[in-house]
Design a binder for this molecule. Structure first.
Ligand SMILES: CC(C)(COP(=O)(O)OP(=O)(O)OC[C@H]1O[C@@H](n2cnc3c(N)ncnc32)[C@H](O)[C@@H]1OP(=O)(O)O)[C@@H](O)C(=O)NCCC(=O)NCCS
Length: 157
């Protein structure tokens, strides 16, 4: 499906059950080991987890991010954008939302793991300001991960 939209037609909101078909279609198009519907529902029920969904005014899901709020850091668990809508700043917008939430909870760090083969995601994180801090051998069983860290800057005065 084409992806021509204006900024005013986009909204970012909490996950709803009606988002699942759109989310799962993006999952399957994005990952070798996509999350199941139950994995998303479990995070939606988890009191320390958040799922933010980027929707078009038509209701179509364009992207989403899943993260957990721990004592010292936000842990980003999943992020994806509809393949037809990539390179339009939506991934960056989802990361901005994660940072906004970290700041709101006074958390100084955002951490995440990414497959060493996943160059697009690494480019996004580095362009955003994440630092690669450690290689995690066999983190995904079949592949190593890079651990990335982002230091949440203080809010603008
Ligand atoms: C990673 C992902 C979320 C990026 O989403 P996106 O909406 O395309 O990202 P943005 O348009 O906000 O990109 C912001 C910047 O990141 C960098 N970037 C993002 N994708 C890139 C790519 N494929 N190649 C090079 N740089 C890239 C660029 O610097 C880009 O800025 P620019 O377009 O002005 O050059 C998307 O590629 C995706 O859904 N991938 C599959 C799922 C996935 O791998 N998730 C991460 C799991 S850890």
């Amino acid at each position: 499906m084409p992806c021509d939209f204006g900024k005013t037609e986009l909204s970012l909101a909490d996950f709803q059950e009606a988002d699942l078909p759109g989310i799962l279609a993006i999952e399957r198009a994005s990952f070798r080991h996509p999350w199941s519907a139950e994995a998303f529902r479990a995070e939606a029920r988890n009191p320390i987890a958040r799922i933010r969904v980027l929707r078009h005014a038509s209701g179509r899901v364009l992207g989403y991010v899943v993260f957990r709020l721990y004592e010292q850091a936000v842990h980003l668990l999943n992020i994806a954008v509809d393949p037809a809508c990539r390179r339009r700043g939506l991934g960056r917008r989802l990361l901005q939302e994660v940072v906004r939430e970290a700041r709101r909870h006074g958390l100084p760090w955002v951490v995440l793991e990414v497959r060493v083969s996943n160059e697009p995601a690494q480019r996004l994180y580095e362009a955003f300001g994440f630092r690669r801090v450690q290689r995690l051998p066999a983190y995904y069983g079949d592949e190593d991960a890079w651990l990335y860290l982002y230091e949440v800057p203080p809010a603008e005065p």
